[in-house]
Design a protein around this ligand. Sequence first.
Ligand code: PMP
Length: 286
Amino acid sequence: MTRIVYVNGEYLPEDQAKVSVFDRGFLFADGVYEVTSVLDGKLIDFDGHTKRLTRSLNELDMRAPCDSATLLEIHRELVTRNDLVDGMIYLQITRGAPNDRDFAYPAPETEPTLVLFTQSKPGLADSPMAKTGMKVISIEDQRWGRRDIKTVQLLYPSMGKMMAKAAGCDDAWMVEDGAVTEGTSNNAYIIKDGTIITRNLGTEILHGITRAAVLRFAREAQMKVEERPFTVAEAQAADEAFITSASTFVMPVVELDGQSIGTGKPGPVAARLREIYLEESRKAAI
Ligand code: PMP
């Protein structure tokens, strides 16, 4: 089956979907994106993702190509046209394609580019990694300073994944001024004496939609949460560690820079949070 993607108002087979060579997403990484998970054909946390998208656009003075209700319709249409059961929907908006290359933003009436595509991941919520846990390395955080905006500048995270791969690991946690910021494509957490510790919000990290939901569920379950920076040494001495993101939900981390965390196996708190998150998100899916 050919994947159907959405480009600027049209649903097209992927080999016919094109954007201009002058698109500012291509020339300047002048674009933002969102990733929404689909479980059983339904969208997880859609409202959170559209709210963050609006914020990203506002922070960059970028025009929204349409309203949130239209975006919801497009997401649903892509689920239907691609028979998507489990997987992700990627949405990208760029500042459009003026007729030449110029650092200055194009005229405000320039149409933004809107692209959405699906990725099918059957059994997304049953990833074997939830049972084994992930191994991560630490690397220096060399990204730009506005990581709270979800831009398509993903080269450094991409380099980080390659560094992790070269070290025989699954991902990298980025470190700045001695403290962990986040994973290459996820938020990072440790658990010590029953307290969940994760980096506080700011411009240093992406404000994860999964993070917000998981912390809310944790507090509702009377778990203690501390939002503050933590070091690699603190993480290595923690009882458990995990990451969150829209596509991995809650995923245990069992090793950091070659050192086992806790028992070296996925811990009970991460497992419980994963269970609660999946259960509650499925219930609220639209
Ligand atoms: N941090 C970074 C750098 C990310 O790329 C992502 C995933 N896009 C996250 C955190 C997690 O965010 P979310 O839970 O909204 O997927």
